[in-house]
Design a protein around this ligand. Structure first.
Ligand SMILES: [Zn+2]
Length: 348
């Protein structure tokens, strides 16, 4: 069968293996036929040789962590043949740490977790894959075209879950949400904000291309201005750019009792002249919270599956701006100017 692979740590080693062995039974009882794999910044980092680990004893890593497939067989009976499923990316560390021990592997404390297609576990960019039943997430049958968005949606479902847990430390009646960055994560974070009945604002640099229309399609408001020029103080911020100045600006912009969730990863190394004392003063005097959020556990994957099933399917389809057959994999992994989400398709 076919598999998209890299040699971790070696830049531009991306290749399609045509004679990949079938997934061994040890990978899990659920055998799945791949339908689609989504591509994100992490894949580009892995292809650049900056990130990723092969499974122990292997020199190549099968990539792909945003999955959608159809169940071929599951002797455990957890899912049925024909069901749409996605595979949970992260597995708990073997120690396990206190968080992994209770299924909260998204909060792993020792870093020894493993991840399909990223860190020591084979990915989903292959014709067939296996997964343990407790790591298979069933999707509504209506999500055959867009279910590949489940993994990025799980990431924002976790962010929202933690925002709400923090919010309920006291009386909390949020009204306005600012999402910075209108990529797939930002747009899905905005979707979950509108599903909560909140007034959602999305800020991005782009003044043309698909982003303004996608935001309008949610009933949210699009802004292509600096954070400081926004005419309101948000109750909730979900920062998805990782751009250092935007990160600092949103921490200063949040209103009283504001919650700022940092969900974008910065590359580091850029020094900014900044008044840290003024930021401290405003965080303390306004009871604000700034926190980081990454990954998702089973509870969040289930929340994400419900959020996608509730969403406008046409809007979700419009997030997928390119669908590329696996045999043209190199095109799929070459970024295009108007890409939101690019998907590699396997069924054929
Ligand atoms: Zn752990």
């Amino acid at each position: 069968m076919r598999a998209v692979t890299v040699r971790p740590g070696v830049a531009n080693s991306l290749s399609l293996v045509e004679d990949q062995p079938e997934p061994p039974a040890e990978e899990g009882a659920v055998l799945v036929e791949a339908l689609a794999v989504g591509i994100c910044g992490t894949d580009h980092e892995i292809i650049a040789g900056e990130y990723g680990d092969a499974p122990p004893g292997a020199d190549r890593l099968i990539i792909g962590h945003e999955s959608l497939g159809r169940v071929i067989e599951d002797p455990s009976g957890t899912v049925q043949p024909g069901d749409l499923v996605a595979g949970i990316v992260r597995h708990p560390d073997p120690v396990p740490c206190p968080n992994c021990a209770v299924g909260e592997w998204d909060m792993c404390r020792n870093g020894q977790y493993t991840e399909h297609g990223i860190k020591a576990l084979p990915g989903f960019a292959r014709d067939r894959w296996r997964i343990e039943p407790q790591f298979a997430v069933k999707l509504d049958p209506a999500l055959a075209q867009v279910g590949v968005l489940l993994e990025p949606t799980s990431v924002v479902a976790k962010a929202w879950d933690h925002i709400e847990r923090i919010g309920h430390r006291a009386e909390w009646q949020p009204q306005t949400v600012l999402v910075t960055g209108a990529g797939p994560i930002g747009l899905l974070a905005a979707l979950l904000g509108t599903q909560r009945g909140l007034a959602v604002h999305v800020l991005d640099r782009a003044t043309d291309g698909p982003k303004p229309e996608l935001v309008a399609g949610l009933g949210a408001t699009y802004h292509a201005v600096p954070v400081n020029d926004l005419p309101f103080e948000p109750d909730v911020v979900i920062e998805c750019t990782g751009a250092p100045t935007v990160v600092l600006d949103v921490m200063c912009k949040a209103g009283p009792t504001g919650i700022v969730c940092l969900a974008g990863v910065s590359s580091g190394g850029r020094i900014i002249d900044f008044d840290a004392g003024a930021l401290n003063r405003s965080l303390v005097l306004e009871n604000n919270v700034v926190f980081g959020s990454v990954n998702a556990n089973r509870r969040h994957w289930n929340m994400a599956a419900q959020a996608l099933a509730r969403a406008d399917q046409v809007w979700l389809e419009s997030l997928i701006t390119r669908r590329v057959p696996v045999n043209r994999y190199a095109d799929a992994y070459t970024p295009g100017p108007d890409d939101i989400k690019v998907v590699l398709e396997f069924a054929s």
